[in-house]
Write a protein that binds this ligand. Sequence first.
Ligand SMILES: *Cc1c(COP(=O)(O)O)cnc(C)c1O
Length: 232
Amino acid sequence: MAIHTEAFKKVTEELSSKKVSLVAVSKTKSSKEILELYDLGQRDFGENYVQELTDKYEELPKDIRWHYIGHLQSNKVKFIAPFVHLIHSVDSLKLLKEINKQGIKNNRVIDCLLQVHIAREETKFGLDESELDELITNNFTTSSNYPNVGVRGLMGMASFTDDVEKVNSEFLLLKSLFEKYSKHTSVNFQFSILSMGMSADYKIAIEEGSNMVRIGSLLFGERSPLSQAGPF
Ligand SMILES: *Cc1c(COP(=O)(O)O)cnc(C)c1O
């Protein structure tokens, strides 16, 4: 399968004029396809599965910035901790503690986003508003108990629906939470990244204030239904 070169050029132009960064979501795609985008200048890639990510990390150029965007089990953090650029999907204190522990072992600060559950009627991973508030106020108030974690912002996924109003309001909610907690800073807690928007809804997400979009199928083509039945 060939990558969609024209779509890539169009999207990167559109995004750079709006200062929005692009994470090319390469889950289930081959290293060869990733290299095609790499050769066009793309450096940020997103993956959902730990094993797939570590295999691709071994195989591909070392200046790729790898984003982990899928549901992450605590016992798998150790495999990506040495090299992962940004974990978008922190949805529990337990996971955050483990990331800190692995950050210490690897002598680095691992940057993270807190994932918020904004899709009202679907079961997706993420913290709800009160869990988010609790996690932040209990753990990042004056000084951080987790010096090897850097909390850099929020991530969310809107409902899969044609209802633009609905998607709009979900992104709006995430944006308002982002603004609320942007005022709250401590050593390891400083928001700058709002990761929202995928192939189908990235334009809406940008209108609502996203500054990082995660786009897969638009760039790489559709994933096969089988391989798509991942952690969701
Ligand atoms: C697969 C995935 C994407 C990309 O989805 P597309 O519709 O292919 O653009 C973005 N974010 C997350 C968390 C994903 O799992």
